[in-house]
Structures are given as C-alpha cells and as structure tokens.
Ligand binder design. Structure first.
Ligand code: FAD
Length: 462
C-alpha cells in the first residue's frame, strides 16, 4: 500500500493523521473481551478520512483502490468484537459526517449510514413513528454500523432480529472495484450480502429501514424471590401475543447490585424482570408478574420527571449495557452470548446456572426467534483464563445451548455470519482486491473453512 500517495491524493478532504486520534478511531468496544484485548491492542490505522458526502466517499475509495490501501469503515465504533478495527492498517473511513435523514414516509425511513439511531427516531417521532429495532447503544450508534455489525436488541421481542426478512428494506452499497460511482442496491434476500458483514463486502452509503408506531414506553422492573420465578415471568410475557412490549429481560440477584442508580428500588438477593411496555399494556404486565410470584418495584410512569432524569432508561440496563454496568464496577468481568433454544428454556437456563453459579450470573433477553419465543443469554462472566473460557463455552454447547462467541473477531468464529459460496462470490465482485476490512472473513483466504457450528445469520446459498 502507498500511504504517502494516498495522503497526497486526499489533501483538501477531511483527513486525520494525528497518532492519538488515529489510534482512538481505530478502536471499538473490543476491550469487553480480555481475549480480544490481548490480540488487538496494537491494531492501528495509518490515516482516518471523514467524507462529508457520497462524492467524497467515492473519491476516497477510488484513491484507496489505486494505492492498494485497506479500508475499514467506522460508524460510531461501539461494536464489541473488534469489527471496526483495521487489522491490516490502512484507512479508517469514518462515516459520522454522512448522517442526513433523507426521507420519512409511513412505515419507512431512508438515511445516510452515519445517522445516529436516536436522531432517526427523533425525526420519525413527528409522524408518530420509530425504528422497529435498536441496540441498547441507541444514543450513540449509527444506523450503518447497526446494520453492518449489530444483530438486534430493543424491539426484538416483537420484531425478531436484523437477520429476519423485512427488518431491513434496502441497502445501497459502494463497491471497492475501481469503478468510481459503482453503487449496488440490495433488497430482499440479497440484503444478507451486506448485513452483519462488518463492511467486508461494500460500504453501505444509504439505508432504508421499516418504521413502527411510536409509544411512550413505560419502563418497569419487577422483583422475584427466585430466578425461576423471574424466568417464568419473562417467558409468559414473551409469549403473551396481545401485549405490546418493546423489551423483556431477566437478571439474577447477583447482577442487580451493578444497577447502582436503581439501587433504591431493588431488593438484595432477588432476581428482576426489566420490561418496556406500551402504556396500555403496563397493567397486564403487572398481573402477569404477580401471577409468577413477583411484584413491581419500579414504573417510570409513576416517577417524577426530575427522578427519571437521574436514571438510565430501562433499555440501558439491558443487552450489553448490563455487561457495561458490571464492567464499570469490576473490570475483570466479561460476558458470553448464548442461545437457549426451545423447548424448556427455563430448564436449560437453570441447569447452566446451577453448574456455573457465581462464575456466570444469569442475564437473559427474550426475543421473537423464528416465529416463536426465543431466549438469548448474555451471562456476566467472572473471567479467570482463556482455557476456562473455552471450557465454559464447551459446557454450554454440551447442554444444547449454542454460543455466538464475542471473544472472536472473525465473522465465522463469532458464529454470526456464514461466508458461504454466494457471500464469497459477491465479495469477489464488490471487493476483488480484498481491501475491505481485511482479516475479518476467514473464507476470503480459506474458501473451504468449515466452522461446523450453527450461525445466527442464515446461509445465502439455497
Ligand atoms: P461500528 O462499531 O462503527 O461498526 C460496526 C461494524 O460495521 C464494523 O465492522 C464496521 O466496519 C461496519 N460498518 C459500520 N458502518 C458501516 C457502513 N456504512 N458500511 C459498511 N460497514 C459498516 N449490538 C446489538 O446488535 N444489539 C445491542 O443491543 C447492543 N448493545 C450494545 C451495548 C453496549 C454497551 C455496547 C458497547 C455495544 C452494544 N452492541 C449491541 C454493539 C453495537 O453497539 C451495535 O451493534 C451498534 O449498532 C454498532 O453501531 P456503530 O455505529 O457503533 O458501528
């Protein structure tokens, strides 16, 4: 790669070469994993470019093509698996400057990739709409980064995940093939060529997403004397087809001490269910919770606005924000991503909880999964060694609970994306030199690589 020629070429555009800033922009939240921290700590780009519009973006890509410079896209850099880290150096393409919301219509929004999710919702609110899905990093993450690196989150209890047909309407991609202006629109099943591909198959320059009706969601916390009661309640809520909910999570008693700002509402030794409910559904949530042996200890619609200002939103207790709260107190904590399949989700969770005890306090997120109630676990993990981590992964698998390993930086080993023949053929067309986020797709270098485990995002080949 010819970085000097690239820099000369990009003079006049917004580029950054200050080593400290370049290092900052070469990082994401990889440090959640002690394994990735060890492996990726020294990863750094040579230069960061921040295009302000599509023409600048295409010019930068053209220059990188001519000078053989690898390109790693950065949305907001909140990914957890080193996804946005430039393993081969080169250029970090910071898309925070392309954040316009282009149109909002009934049921759909079109935005530039750098648009922040909360900003999209703020704009959609004028027409009574909001995004179906968002990560718990809603206030900081970009829509392009969510589509290219995320999987689901808040809203998945109703809408499933980004992997599901209909949750992304259209993606526009800039290819890295030397033909400036080569844009590809992906719709239908083709969307999977770029969704959760870490920017290895093209740069997403425009996103069209479905919208749902917006509500003033009520944040609720229910407390339970036993973990089993909380899980049964979570399952019942997730299965209640008539209840309009946006999130249902369960945390065991040893997780809640990390919810510092909610401490006044929580009872030591009790598990909790954290729910986001539409205002008209909140009463039924209370009944279902009582039926499962719990009681409501917090409702946002019963609190004064000044109190609410001091508290994080319920979704910021959930998903990977649960891990973040624990990590802030105890930096040795990390986490796992587990799928507890049907049938008998509760039995599987309790069995693993019994086997691992305080080493892996339970945290569950209920979702809609392949048309039924599904349950992901993001247990906190009191980390001791990589060997023990591998044992814990194997233990889950031995009990029929697949792991989507957050301690791996490749698409395949994370268990998310299957880079099958169709995906590879698309990358060969869109990125023939292999300049996009090199090192993240094993199949690019080893086409016969067989991970041999289930993937979250299904195969593209039919
Ligand atoms: P980045 O981290 O910048 O990028 C993510 C990946 O996408 C990278 O590989 C990057 O190269 C690629 N990329 C970014 N923009 C583009 C583009 N325009 N074209 C092509 N490739 C691109 N994730 C969830 O799915 N659900 C959650 O609930 C969730 N909760 C989280 C909570 C915490 C506390 C943290 C730290 C992370 C969480 N995440 C979650 C992970 C992450 O925040 C989300 O996936 C988020 O949407 C990523 O957006 P970003 O803009 O930060 O992307």
């Amino acid at each position: 790669m010819d970085i000097a020629a690239l820099k000369t070429d990009l003079a006049g555009l917004q580029i950054e070469v200050n080593p400290r800033i370049v290092q900052q922009k070469s990082r994401d939240f990889y440090w959640y994993s002690p394994v990735l921290k060890r492996q990726l700590d020294s990863v750094v780009a040579d230069v960061v470019a921040t295009p302000r519009n599509l023409d600048e973006l295409l010019y930068i890509l053209g220059s990188c093509w001519r000078n053989d410079v690898p390109v790693t896209v950065r949305g907001a850099g909140t990914g957890n698996y080193g996804q946005a880290m430039p393993l081969a150096g080169g250029l970090v393409l910071d898309l925070s400057g392309m954040a316009r919301i282009l149109s909002i219509e009934p049921g759909r929004v079109i935005a530039e990739p750098g648009a922040i999710l909360a900003d999209i919702d703020a704009a959609a609110r004028a027409s009574g709409q909001e995004l179906r899905l968002s990560p718990s990093t809603y206030h900081t993450a970009s829509i392009g980064g969510f589509v290219a690196g995320g999987s689901g989150g808040v809203g998945s209890i109703r809408w499933g995940g980004l992997r599901d047909a209909g949750n992304i309407i259209r993606l526009r991609l800039a290819a890295m093939d030397g033909t400036v202006g080569s844009l590809i629109d992906l719709t239908g099943p083709d969307i999977a060529k770029a969704s959760h591909a870490y920017g290895t198959t093209g740069i997403i320059t425009e996103v069209e997403m479905p919208l749902a009706p917006a509500y003033d969601w009520v944040d609720m916390i229910m407390s339970f004397p036993t973990l089993e009661g909380a899980i049964r309640c979570g399952e019942a809520l997730a299965a209640a087809d008539g209840l309009l909910l946006k999130n249902v999570a369960v945390m065991d008693a040893s997780v809640t001490p990390y919810f510092k700002r909610h401490a006044g509402y929580l009872t030591a030794g009790e598990a909790v269910v954290v729910v986001m409910a539409a205002p008209f559904a909140a009463g039924d949530v209370v009944h279902l919770g009582r039926h499962a042996g719990g009681r409501v200890v917090f409702r946002s619609d019963a609190e004064a606005p000044e109190t609410l200002k001091k508290l994080p939103a319920a979704f910021e207790l959930c998903w990977n924000h649960t891990t973040l709260r624990a990590l802030r107190v105890d930096p040795s904590i990390t986490y796992l991503q587990v799928l507890y399949p049907q049938p008998d989700i509760c039995g599987k969770v309790l069995k693993i909880a019994e086997l691992l005890g305080e080493e892996a306090p339970t945290h569950l997120e209920f979702v809609r999964f392949d048309g039924a109630v599904g349950c992901f676990g993001l247990p906190l993990l009191r980390y001791t060694s990589e060997e023990r981590l591998d044992e814990i992964v194997a233990l889950h698998e031995a009990h029929g609970c697949p792991i989507f390993n957050p301690h791996r930086y490749t698409l395949e080993e994370g268990g998310m994306k299957q880079t099958d023949a169709t995906q590879l053929a698309f990358k060969k067309r869109a990125d023939p030199k292999g300049l996009l986020n090199p090192g993240k797709m094993i199949a690019w270098d080893q086409p016969d690589f067989d991970y041999g485990k289930p993937y979250l995002f299904p195969s593209l080949s039919v």
